[in-house]
Each structure stands twice: as structure tokens, then as C-alpha cells.
Design a protein around this ligand. Sequence first.
Ligand code: AN7
Length: 361
Amino acid sequence: MRQGVLERYRELLEITPNTPMISMGEGSTPLVRSRFIENEVGCAELYFKLEGCNPSGSFKDRGMVMAVAKAIEDGSAAIMCASTGNTSASAAAYGAYCGLTTIVLVPSGDVAAGKMAQALAYHPRILVVNGTFDQALEMVRTFTQRYPVTLVNSLNPHRLEGQKTAAFEIVDDLGDAPDFLFIPVGNAGNITAYWRGFSQYADLGRAETLPRMMGYQAEGAAPIVRGEPIAEPSTVASAIRIGNPASWQQALTARDQSGGVIDSVTDDEILSAYRMLSRREGIFAEPASAASVAGVIKFSGQLDLAGKRVVCVITGSGLKDPDLATQNIDMSLQELPPELWAMEKVLEEVVQGTLSLGPKA
Ligand code: AN7
């Protein structure tokens, strides 16, 4: 059976004899070498860390397994979060797995269809707030201070502890840290967690170098870049439609200690990277995840990446946001009768092209 992150990185996490070693198979996600974008951006090596391969389809599972294990260890029977969709899907999945009462708050109209489908399927208590993610998070924060319900947003320190394991895996796979780590930034928990993971591995001598942390917000939801909270954030990448990040200060620390950058990319840049990832790399990512790739493309126009080893974190699966994928097609679907002649006609160029290659072996 595949080890989960609690087991795999047991000695680097706060595991006690009383911590339940739960796992839904999270972590140990693929690090895939780029076939196309690597050349486009002119770096030596480009890899994608495919966090959409986690059990609920996003990186949130690494932190959720830790937070839920600690909640159980501490005797809690209920968990709660506010979410742009992935945290709630993950909380609801682990809540169902562990038999906990799970309450999720989502901003109305702002959650991608796949994430809503997950929330409904795992069957937590879902509250749809007529407001922004930031307002929902504030409500959850206050509620969990008042009642014996465990907050499982990334304000819960166990979440970031669990999420740092992704940085461990990258070093374990590459033999050292990359030169640059590109990552989307919403609530800024993940960039904080990765920096902690890389730093811890360096302190332990398991990595010789540290990466420059390159965080990317969407232009319409870029409070860190602009230096002030945004009351009404807007971007096609609903996962990172966040105006007042909880881990704002820690993200700045990660940026400054690593000599990195926190910048923004436009929705057009995000969508262009989104299409390039699926069409040229075979990687179907959600739009927020494509922000890291849009970031590396933008940055490669500013700084020569020759000789550099780069990792882009692909935080969630493209299946999370099926509507965007279908809105984004620029081809019409061809219909035909169920007849071979009709198919041969439609595929005429293919048929001609293949025939010119000679007979089938
Ligand atoms: C796919 O689920 O905030 O900077 O409530 O779902 O750690 O917030 C999701 C965030 C990037 C940003 N990519 O990470 C939520 C939520 C995807 C995401 C981010 C999110 P953070």
C-alpha cells in the first residue's frame, strides 16, 4: 500500500504516539519533465509537480490529512473551513473518511462546478455565503473561536506543516532543490509551506541549495503585489480569487529570504498557459494552477533562465473547472452519422497523410 505523507515524512512532522496515521494515499505526486514549455522559456530543466493527482484532486490533501489527524488526536469531532472550493473538497473528503462532522462555507457563485460536485458528493454541511471568500473566512475564524469546532483553513498550523511535504518530495526526486519554484498564490499558505519545507531540508543537510520562491497572483486579485487588500477580487481563476491573504506576511518572508518575486499575471496570460499546458504537455490543470506556468513564461521575458532548473507547481486538476474548459474551446465539434464512409470523409487529410506513409505494418 502506498504511504501517505504522515507515514512517509513521519520524523519531520509533529507525529506523536497518539496521532492516528490516517491516509487516503495523498502525496508522492509525479514530478514530470516538460516536453515543450521548457524550450519556450529557455531553461535547462523544467518540471511540473502534479498536485492534481492527490485524492481529492488538489494539493490541499497534504495539509488536510495532517490537520484532520491532529483534530482527531485532540478529541475534536467537527471540522470547519471557508473555501474557494479545493479546501472544502479536501475537508469534506477527509471528514467523510474519518466520520467527522464537516462544515464548509463557500462564496456564492464563485466555486467551480467540479468542486461543488465534490462538496455535494462527500456530503458535508455546505453553507453558501452571499459574499466573498475573505468574508466567509472571517466568519469561520470567529465561529471556531467560539465553539468547539476545529478550523481547518491554513490558519490551522498543521495545514502548512502537512503541505511542506511537497517541497521534501521535490528535493527527494531531484537530489537537490531547484533554482526556481513557481507557484500560484491565493491565501499564500502554500508558498509559505514550500519555503518551510525547503528551508527545513537545507537545515538538515538533505538539500544543498534553496530555490528562489516565485509566487504569482491573478492581476485582478493581487493584494500582495499591490500592497493592499482588495475588497472585490476578480479573476477567471476562482481558486485564487482572494483579496486579503491569511499568510500575507509569511509569503513576503519567503520571497525576501529566498531572493524571489511575487508578481501578477493577467487572465489572458493564465488562459494561454492553461491551453499550452493541456495541448502541448498533456497536463490538464485548473486555471489557478496555470498561473505558475504563466509566471514562468512572463519571467523568462525578464530574466535569462539559461542553465536553470525550474519547478512549476500544478496545484489542482483541470477537472475541477469543466465549464472553463468547454468555454475555452475554439473548435466546433463535428457530428457525423455512424458510418465508416462519413468518418473517412471527415478524416480525409488524416487518411491521405497516413496512406502516404505506406501500408500498415
Ligand atoms: C488550485 O480552497 O484558497 O496560496 O479555499 O485551490 O495556499 O491559498 C485554494 C487555493 C492555488 C492558492 N491553486 O494556494 C481554497 C483556496 C489552487 C487552489 C491556490 C488554491 P494558497
